[in-house]
Design a protein around this ligand. Sequence first.
Ligand SMILES: Cc1cc2nc3c(=O)[nH]c(=O)nc-3n(C[C@H](O)[C@H](O)[C@H](O)COP(=O)(O)OP(=O)(O)OC[C@H]3O[C@@H](n4cnc5c(N)ncnc54)[C@H](O)[C@@H]3O)c2cc1C
Length: 560
Amino acid sequence: MPQHDVLVIGAGLAGQRAALAAAETGASVGVISKVHPVRSHSNAAAGGINAALDPEDSWESHAFDTVKGSDYLGDQDAIEVMCREAPDEVLRLEHLGVTFHRSDEGKLGTRAFGGASAARTYYVADITGQALLHVLYEQLMKHDEVTRYEEWFTTALARDDSGRLAGAVTRNIRDGSLELFTAKAVILATGGNGQIFNPTTNALICTGDGIAMAYRAGAPLMDMEMVQYHPTTLAGIGLLITEGARGEGAHLLNAEGERFMENYAPNKMELASRDVVSRAEQTEINEGRGFPDGTVALDITVVPRHRILQSLREIVNVGRDFAGVDITSEPIHIKPGNHYVMGGIKTDIDGQTDVPGLYAAGECACVSVHGGNRLGANSLLDTLIFGRRSGVHAAQMGRGMAQPTPAGSELAREREAIQSIISRDRSGRRLSEIKAEMGKVMDEQVSVFRDEERLRGALEVVKRLQEEVKTVAVDDKGSVFNQDVLGALELQFMLDNAECIVMGAIERKESRGAQFRTDFPERNDDEWLKHINLTADGDIPAVSYSDVTMTQWEPEERTY
Ligand SMILES: Cc1cc2nc3c(=O)[nH]c(=O)nc-3n(C[C@H](O)[C@H](O)[C@H](O)COP(=O)(O)OP(=O)(O)OC[C@H]3O[C@@H](n4cnc5c(N)ncnc54)[C@H](O)[C@@H]3O)c2cc1C
């Protein structure tokens, strides 16, 4: 039975940062990842990371932009922590070896990003996530306190007799063996859940596993209705064209060649918040001013060619390989597409959830710093700040504590559940069919514009799919690298996530941030300036509310 002081599940930026921080206090740390750590989705982050480092800029300005971007649903105490600590964190990563872009004078160079009142996004070309992730991985390898479990898949959390978190049941993907890990604290850093939607910018591994496991273990989920549609993704396949393109000056055009953002956000234009830009694009498309393929155009040719080749080189490749377009000489067709979940496991500013011993950080968590809408380049920051804080807190909390004993029943239950998937004969639908139906209904009915009737329709489909997944059989009956069986477990996790997203969206009867209800088109601070929390409770999640923490910024009308 592997034992650690701190067990981190997930080895993207949040998990690696948490592990490093915990190890630096001398704690023994186990890091579990279902893929090799540097293949985590953080690796795909392109545009950059925000910090108010410039003497002309201030953390208060960064915090206000974040509060406004969140449509006043973000908790201002948490946002203050993130923005205050951002400069030191970015410098720390730079000192560890991240080769951030530098200006001609040799100073750290920034690019503009959406919803920001100053250019405060630090970047490494358009591979910022990769640069950060590889540097952190090198650091982890230096620490003897850290044991890495690469290609291990956690299926459930384990508690002791008092209900405290005590470990996790995890399958070694290589040979199919199942182990019960014990730890004084468990940090979930399992990333987002974009795969619920089809298409999405998210990698195949972003299946909301940790969000579902925490929910099943009794932790409340918060703001789950808040799902970000990114304004510039390729139609059909969902690949991301980084916001860095608009940061460098690219224009959005409708089929009539009009720079339509003038009508929606005359001051910030293409660099308004993502929710605002996505709604503007979808309105153009719905009202017949888009292209026949249901898109509008992103014109990057207005950016000098040498600059594109220097700082947007990955999307030059994406445009050529996936759309057959040379972005240096012609506009590329794009549309809003699923990208990020603002909601997740409810935590405090040290990553603690409502279940003793359980922490969460990164995209699976909801602190809440993003509220109704996340600003571009604030997520990498969130993963590092709250990853570090969780790691430190979890290690300190466990100091002097005896190793807990999980109740034991979880291991037997998980073994049985997996065995029953493997031994089942094919009778019902295929996994891939269920996943496709879920992805389609979520994209069609739970996306940029929502209403009660279509949300209820989506909930009905999700509930039916939850039943159908119980009889799904897999083709691979073996134990070595059985991805089929993992796919079945992931699909169950995804359906839990989908149910909570739809439930939250039905519950919130107003329009705020990424949630736009055509049947309740106004923001309604009197009734809905509050978080929606969902807790597992039999057949449907139980709904409760919590206050939004305000420090210095009163809600105002939000225009860009
Ligand atoms: C294409 C793209 C571009 C982006 N660009 C930017 C950007 O420029 N700036 C920005 O701020 N944000 C950006 N984002 C968002 C940001 O990258 C993510 O929100 C962030 O990297 C998430 O980090 P994480 O550590 O929480 O999770 P991830 O990096 O997704 O890592 C999750 C980890 O959990 C592990 N895991 C999951 N489930 C299990 C399980 N059951 N058992 C074991 N291990 C498990 C995985 O193996 C992985 O190691 C982008 C996102 C995408 C998709």
